[in-house]
Design a protein around this ligand. Structure first.
Ligand code: 5GP
Ligand code: ZN
Length: 111
């Protein structure tokens, strides 16, 4: 099992921000901003590069969860960034699709 599959299953602990049958959100262990949450599907998908139409509803739901968390964590009005890294040049370090929800400060392109 990959790291994020283990976090989704609860075998590796994390501070959860949200979870349901298909999606889990948890606080990043090395936050890059005052708000830094990772939103992942429970299903193991390596990255955005291998998404297919089968995941249409799941992907939409991940954005829905991100939107709700942005409200809950107080950044919906101030703004936030949703990032998904794909592959080595982007610095993807965990091969399980994840959205970074980052906010709570003015963001530059290099963070
Ligand atoms: P990536 O670099 O693949 O886009 O993002 C992976 C993210 O996962 C990084 O921001 C990193 O800090 C976070 N991360 C790595 N290991 C753990 C962990 O065990 N727990 C939590 N909560 N976050 C982790
Ligand atoms: Zn996985």
């Amino acid at each position: 099992m990959c790291l994020f599959c283990e976090i989704a299953a609860g075998t590796i602990p994390s501070k959860k921000a949200y979870e349901d049958e298909t999606v889990v959100a948890f606080y990043d262990i090395a936050p890059q901003a005052p708000v830094h949450v990772l939103i992942i599907p429970r299903k193991h998908i390596e990255s955005a590069q291998v998404l297919t139409e089968t995941e249409n509803a799941l992907l939409c739901h991940m954005f829905e969860v991100a939107r709700s968390l942005a409200v809950e964590l107080g950044v919906a009005e101030s703004g936030y960034r949703l990032i998904t890294n794909v592959g080595p040049d982007a610095g993807q370090s965990v091969p399980h699709l994840h959205l970074h929800l980052i906010g709570g400060k003015t963001l530059n392109w290099n963070n």
